[in-house]
Structures are given as structure tokens and as C-alpha cells.
Write a protein that binds this ligand. Structure first.
Ligand code: HEC
Length: 121
């Protein structure tokens, strides 16, 4: 009984360790990729890790129907300037307790990578 218990304990230890290794190695986006920038800049906290939307932010899907790359970059730098002139964004803004923050200081290359990522979906 004791022996079999210790065998199963070490089996589980190995299984958990293997899973942890897989999780560290395989999950998580490529460093420097648009997905990594999205996570690194905190967008996922409000829009969800897969841009699926959650209580604090809308889903970022179908954006290519409404935005182009330059427009999105300008929006990310200063979302407030769009809200007043765009009824759809104004309505969206009113649905959430905390508004979309401005990323005025973010590097152009990162904002462009984010814009392309969002236009892809
Ligand atoms: C504090 C929560 C929060 C964070 C962090 C955040 N957003 Fe938002 N985002 C919102 C909310 C809320 C809106 C709805 C519009 C508004 O409030 O102005 C929005 C709107 C948007 C829109 C417009 C969506 C549409 O339908 O046109 C885009 C694009 C967007 N966010 C991208 C991003 C990206 C990219 C990041 C990270 C660089 C980010 N957001 C970070 C909350 C957030």
C-alpha cells in the first residue's frame, strides 16, 4: 500500500512537472510578436487574451470593416478625440466603466503591429 502510494505520488509529480514545462515552453506568444505586444501593453486586461472582449472592454473583432491601419494607430494614440465625433464609439464608451486609455507615447512600430493584428481578425 505504502509502496503503491509513493509510486503514484512520484508519477503525479512527474506528470505535473511535465505539464508545467509544456506550459512554459509552448504557451505564450513569440517575443516581439504582435500578440506579445498586445499582452505586454495590457490590452488583454480589458479586451481579453484572445481579443474576445470581457466586462472591461469590447471584443476586437471585425475591425477591418470599420478601420484602416493609420486610423487605428491614431485611435490608439488618442481614443478620446474619436469618441465625440463617432456615435458608435461614443455608444461603446458609455457601456464601460473605464474608458479606453490613450497610448500616446507608445512606439510607432508597436502601434502599427497592433493595428495589423486587429485588422487581421
Ligand atoms: C482599461 C481598459 C482598456 C485597456 C487597457 C485597453 N482598452 Fe481598448 N477599449 C476599452 C474600452 C472600454 C473601449 C470602448 C471605447 C471607449 O471606451 O472609448 C475600447 C475600445 C477599443 C478599440 C475600438 C474598438 C472598435 O470597435 O472600434 C480598439 C481598437 C481598442 N480598444 C484596442 C485596444 C488596444 C490595442 C489596447 C492595448 C494597447 C487596448 N485597447 C487597451 C478598454 C480598454
Amino acid at each position: 500500500m505504502t509502496a503503491s502510494r509513493s509510486v503514484s505520488a512520484s508519477f503525479w509529480f512527474a506528470a505535473v512537472a511535465a505539464l508545467a514545462l509544456v506550459a512554459c515552453g509552448a504557451s505564450g506568444p513569440e517575443p516581439g510578436s504582435a500578440e506579445a505586444i498586445y499582452l505586454g501593453m495590457g490590452c488583454a486586461k480589458c479586451h481579453g487574451p484572445a481579443r474576445e472582449g470581457q466586462k472591461s472592454g469590447p471584443a476586437l473583432a471585425g475591425l477591418h470593416e470599420r478601420w484602416d491601419e493609420d486610423g487605428l494607430v491614431a485611435y490608439l494614440r488618442d481614443p478620446r478625440s474619436f469618441v465625440e465625433s463617432n456615435p458608435r464609439l461614443k455608444y461603446l464608451d458609455e457601456q464601460y466603466p473605464i474608458a479606453m486609455p490613450a497610448y500616446a507615447e507608445a512606439p510607432e512600430t508597436e502601434l502599427r503591429a497592433l493595428a495589423r493584428l486587429m485588422l487581421d481578425s
